[in-house]
Design a protein around this ligand. Structure first.
Ligand SMILES: C[S@@+](CC[C@H](N)C(=O)[O-])C[C@H]1O[C@@H](n2cnc3c(N)ncnc32)[C@H](O)[C@@H]1O
Length: 542
């Protein structure tokens, strides 16, 4: 037969399979993931057809069938690898499972599945995969890496079960290297109907300041530097668009992500929304079934409008390299936390994780809230800010202050401060007024928090402390009442630390500084030395 005649001949299925396999492997090696998925899909379809044809023959050749099954298993495993690189984790997991059905200890599929489960925070299931993979003869060349995965899964599984996180070493190293690996964790909280609006997160037991409430990884984040020209408006818009694209992409590729996003409020009929079970958010949650709901991009946009958080905000602290950037993200479980002007929680951002902890002592059944905007400001300012968020704040403090603000003298103090009267005299008038109006307990903390700017200035310099010292309350009384009412805050801590340094260090003050520090930074900074270094940061940064 002539050479060109040979070329005209259609390829046999075996030849075609060989050609496809060769092409797919080459694309995989060149990291052309999308193309390699396409070619592997052709190969897999053909291979499955061949298996079906051969096994229905009168005398099937067992060796040939075994060979075909092996090729199919490897192709599924390779397609899973390519799909996982494209972040199609649902598809990749399906391929791994199919490959493992053919060969339950298939090394490549086990490793690929383990890595995917790890990235989905399914630590113990991932551990099972890596433990089985380690026993395979092929593991000998990769033992160190595989054992690394085994250790990582064990550590994360322990963290997610116990909430035992400690960032001290990373802080003490000056945030050197990558941010630490963190597990997802759900602490003593549950989602219930809230009096504020829709659903909210609630404490299931008494907890003290600093206690970790949850750790959750972002569905997506976008970070960048804001230019000074247009106060970063253009950069912010570009980042927002990229962020939306990332979220839509994740929801398209992962059913679990789509399902989690669908539990969030899109701002409409919030009071009719169901409160999801906490088990949905636990790392080892049951696989959810196929979602019948179609991906609705407009709904996702609305969900992002209501639930996205910026990392650098008053109730949050960004640790590590990300603190140099403007960052926006979606953290699903944290999205159930409502705003309050007397919040009891704060956030720490570490890499793509958010850690939410109590910023003051919280009673069982109390709603967990953090500040969406600056609550160390007067009611009128807070009203404006909550309007830009699209709601009218219905927290206890706002209700209390709405009554107080009807008093003429209160208005005069506020106007006086706006016009620049001496902060000491304004504080003196407010404190005297509170005595007459019989404001007690938390109420005092609320009012002081509203006029915080004046207290901050009055306690900020030696001169004003000397001038007003005897006529306004001692700094630790004000700090205590504000921290007790609206939770601890870096600026409150700063005032305390300044006074503490001015007056000399006493053991009681040191204890109090550490307690306030735990309210600000959470108990995830276990070593005192690390907490102290953060407290010092507070003085320079705030
Ligand atoms: C991130 S979501 C919080 C969870 C939401 N309540 C839910 O059911 O999914 C933010 C939305 O909750 C509502 N919200 C939060 N804090 C509030 C407050 N203090 N007063 C009134 N509405 C509040 C607003 O509708 C806001 O747009």
């Amino acid at each position: 037969m002539r050479e060109d005649d040979q070329l005209q001949q259609p390829l046999t299925p075996e030849e075609l399979m060989q050609e496809l396999r060769f092409k797919a492997t080459e694309l995989l090696l060149r990291e052309e993931w999308q193309e390699s998925v396409q070619v592997y899909t052709q190969f897999i379809n053909l291979c499955q057809d061949q298996i079906s044809v051969k096994s229905h023959q009168n005398h099937p050749d067992p060796d040939l069938l075994t060979k075909l099954q092996k090729s199919l298993c490897l192709a599924l495993s390779n397609r899973a690898e390519a799909l996982s690189r494209l972040r199609d984790l649902t598809g990749a997991l399906k391929d791994c499972d199919q490959a493992l059905k053919i060969e339950s200890t298939h090394f490549k599929s086990l490793v690929c599945k383990g890595k995917i489960l790890l990235s989905l925070n399914r630590y113990s299931m991932a551990l099972d995969c890596f433990k089985t993979a380690v026993l395979d003869p092929q593991a000998s060349g990769n033992l160190e890496t595989l054992n690394g995965y085994v250790q990582k899964c064990k550590k994360l599984e322990f963290q997610s079960r116990t909430g035992a996180f400690d960032l001290s070493d990373w802080i003490l190293s000056g945030f050197r290297g990558k941010s630490p690996e963190l597990a997802e964790y759900t602490g003593p909280v549950q989602i219930k109907r809230s009096e504020l609006s829709g659903r909210g997160l609630f404490a299931t037991k008494n907890i003290d300041a600093g206690t970790l409430l949850l750790v959750t990884k972002a569905i997506a984040t976008e970070r960048g530097i804001l230019s000074s020209e247009d106060s970063g408006e253009n950069a912010r818009l570009v980042m927002w668009k990229n962020f939306v694209d990332k979220v839509v992409d994740s929801a398209t590729k992962c059913e679990r992500t789509h399902h989690l996003i669908s539990t969030l409020s899109s701002g409409e009929d919030e009071d009719k929304l169901e409160a999801p079970e906490m088990s949905l958010f636990r790392p080892e949650a049951e696989e959810i079934g196929e979602l019948n709901e179609k991906l609705d991009k407009v709904k996702i946009l609305n969900v992002l409008d209501v639930n996205s958080l910026v990392e650098d905000s008053v109730s949050a602290k960004v640790l590590g390299r990300n603190s140099d950037y403007y960052g926006v993200g979606l953290w699903v479980l944290a999205s159930f936390i409502n705003h309050s002007c007397n919040p009891n929680a704060r956030r720490l951002h570490v890499g793509d994780h958010v850690l939410v902890h109590a910023s003051r002592d919280v009673k069982a059944g109390e709603e967990i809230t953090f500040a969406y905007f600056d609550v160390l400001s007067p009611l009128s300012k807070r009203d404006e800010m909550s309007k830009t968020w699209g709601f009218h704040c219905s927290c206890k403090r706002c209700k209390f202050e709405e009554e107080m603000c009807s008093k003429q003298e209160m208005k005069e103090i506020e106007i006086g401060l706006e016009r620049g009267i001496d902060v000491g005299s304004a504080i003196f008038r407010l404190e005297e007024g509170m005595k007459r109006w019989m404001v007690r307990g938390r109420g005092k903390g609320y009012m002081r928090a509203s006029f915080w700017a004046a207290y901050f200035e009055a306690y900020g310099s030696e001169k004003s402390v000397t001038r007003w010292g005897r006529r306004i309350p001692a700094v630790d009384i004000v700090v205590d009442s504000v921290a007790e009412a609206v939770g601890c805050d870096e600026r409150v801590l700063k005032v305390f630390m300044q006074a503490f340094k001015r007056n000399g260090v006493s053991l009681v003050d040191m204890e109090k500084a550490l307690k306030l520090g735990r309210g600000v930074h959470g108990k995830v900074v276990k070593k005192q030395q690390a907490l102290r270094s953060l407290l010092d940061f507070g003085i320079h940064d705030a």
